[in-house]
Design a binder for this molecule. Structure first.
Ligand SMILES: Nc1ncnc2c1ncn2[C@@H]1O[C@H](COP(=O)(O)OP(=O)(O)O)[C@@H](O)[C@H]1O
Ligand SMILES: [Mg+2]
Length: 206
């Protein structure tokens, strides 16, 4: 089973995913918890470039770097883990490209859908949890993180950019049955309970 976690910065993806990975492992599941960008060996260098370079990157070059990260990640980490019967939990995946490079930066959505299918060799998630939060709350949480001094290029974007990204997630979720939207403005324990319920009901149906 392949589950992805999506949402704006500070929505709680990383924290929720770590908690769910622990719970699943405690229940005896083999879990591969990974992330984009940066889930593969090559990806570690690409992550640094994509999130922290001071060099200006044009939006198409940025897109292709994210897709290179994804292609390597799918081939060397996600597919082998799925083939070994593991539950794969991935912090950001194809929908981040649609929402940040498409809804956010204005690249053409159908081109991005096609390029995502090229990068992943058509590996789509079974379930995608969108942690939906007003962007002001998300950005405030991101700033309260322990490593908040290490802000990334995306966190420095204008509020309007993040608002378009959030709207993108909601629009994508409305047109595909693999999404579940969780109200991530709630207390952590409630967000975790909603995500757990979606995950377990999906696992039970497999
Ligand atoms: N529901 C919540 N309520 C309050 N704080 C939260 C909640 N979920 C996560 N946080 C905190 O907000 C910060 C950002 O969460 P994080 O998981 O890093 O978000 P993301 O990975 O989506 O950017 C962290 O310090 C985390 O502990
Ligand atoms: Mg995170």
């Amino acid at each position: 089973m392949f589950v992805t976690f999506e949402g704006v910065d500070g929505s709680g993806k990383t924290t929720i995913m770590e908690a769910l990975a622990c719970e699943l492992r405690a229940q005896g599941h083999k879990v591969c918890a990974t992330r984009e960008p940066g889930g593969s060996a090559l990806g570690k260098s690409l992550r640094e470039l994509l999130l922290h370079t001071e060099t200006k990157i044009t939006k198409r070059a940025e897109l292709l770097l994210f897709l290179a990260d994804r292609a390597e990640h799918v081939a060397t980490v996600i597919k082998p883990a799925l083939a070994a019967g593991q539950v794969v939990l991935c912090d950001r995946y194809i929908d981040s490209t649609l929402c940040y490079q498409g809804y956010g930066r204005g690249l053409e959505l159908n081109e991005l859908r096609f390029l995502n299918s090229v990068a992943t060799a058509n590996l789509f998630p079974d379930l995608t949890l969108v942690l939906d939060v007003p962007i002001e709350i998300g950005l405030k949480r991101a700033l309260s993180r322990a490593d908040s001094s290490n802000t990334c290029r995306f966190e420095q974007e204008a509020l309007q950019f993040h608002a378009k990204v959030r709207q993108g997630y909601l629009e994508e979720a409305a047109i595909s049955p693999r999404f579940r939207v969780v109200d991530a403005s709630q207390a952590f324990s409630q967000v975790l309970a909603s995500c757990r319920a979606h995950l377990l009901s999906h696992l039970a149906s497999c």
